[in-house]
Ligand binder design. Sequence first.
Ligand SMILES: [Zn+2]
Length: 488
Amino acid sequence: MPSVTIPARTGDYVALKSGQRLKLINLHGTQVIDFWAFVFPSTTSTTGSDSTSTTSFIRSSSSTEVTGVTTSQPATPFPFVTGIQYFAASRTRSILSKLIPGTKDVLYTNKSVPLFTLLEDTTSGVHDTLFGCCDRFRMHNLGHPDFEHASCAENMHLALRRAAAQGVFRPGSISDEWTPDPLNVFMNVPITTSLDRESGGGRIECIPPESKAGEYIVLRAEIDCVAVMSACPNDLIVGVNAGKCLSVEYEPLPPHYYVSTVFLSASGDDYSTEADPAIAHFEFLHKSAWDTPHTPGIGRVKMSSPKRRIETDVMKLMMSDYEVTLVNDNMQEFYVIFKGPTETPFAEGKWKVHVELPDQYPYKSPSIGFVNKIFHPNIDEGSGSVCLDVINQTWSPMFDMINIFEVFLPQLLRYPNPTDPLNGEAAALLMREPRSYDARVKEYIAQYATNIHDDADEDEGETDGELSEVEDFNSDGEDEPAGAMEDV
Ligand SMILES: [Zn+2]
């Protein structure tokens, strides 16, 4: 899908399916995107009593009698019709116990349901969850003479109106007198003082974004939702957008893994957390979604069979832009052509990566090895194997093969960990002489990772010499075999 431009000072929405990814691109580098998401009841699963089907914040067992008057109310349209959930910055901060989500962190709804996972962030990681979004009242408060200044709140409501008009949800479901706090993507709000008993403290300032043109984040929807983005029109607080309101881009990436088909019934007994740390990790991420009084045995989660997952994940990898070559038509062993991430010394390189999926995949992580040589602290130079801890420690059954090639490997090359090396020489060089490290990486690429064969049909050859012979035969002899065929 091509990327979509959000013109300066305006907003847009995109409906996302569970598993679908959304890339938010800082086209000019200095523009903040206010980001929200809403989950509508008709698009959520409502099997049994879970967070998505539980409506009120008052327990059914609680007394609603107040001095003889029943306080139970009919559903009111403010701030939204019953059952809608929204991205909750405050809930996310309290669940994560931090102010800014980092890569692999989950963003939550107001009912503590996982809403997005931050899969990738090419910025230095500066975003904000503290600043309320700008609105016409705040603009007036900042000195604008009337209430007619454009704002993120207005952009959000106009985008929601368009979504409703296009049938994404029922018009009038969300009051335009209510604006939840956004995730302020790319916004730079450092805390500049510590707490002071006398005068309060934890002063926050708004300074220009650190991100550079073209940097982006990728979010994966964990539930069907409508995401809303605003290219913040705030030019009254100069720091927000470095004084100039510019356009941004977003790109919905193809769905590649539908979470809802993989986990869900808490009554299943396929796997136990005690037996599998990967599952424990996975459940930790999602515990709040299933941890309701009516969900017995949170320690057990039903999953689709590993064989099906292997087939699905490999098929998705093959249908994406990756070149995949199966070994003996076996879905559990294959080669993938992997290109080095941009703006790293690995950018020009192309590697053939050997992948083996264990029988217990996705509960156990795949094993990954570079076939042609690569100079990297966490990749063994002789065998090409990737330090397994890197994958094992972060692996979760929620991830799939595309994550390996779009997130894990690019991050491994982008952020090597020289303190725990498989290639001591590369680690030492990176720490002592980063420039020589870059140069050596590039030398290796020139020697081993430049002219590798990436045509899946011609995988018989192993060395460059044999491969070029195969190619010569094909190109030179094309007419002759055709003639021979006619004779037959
Ligand atoms: Zn704004």
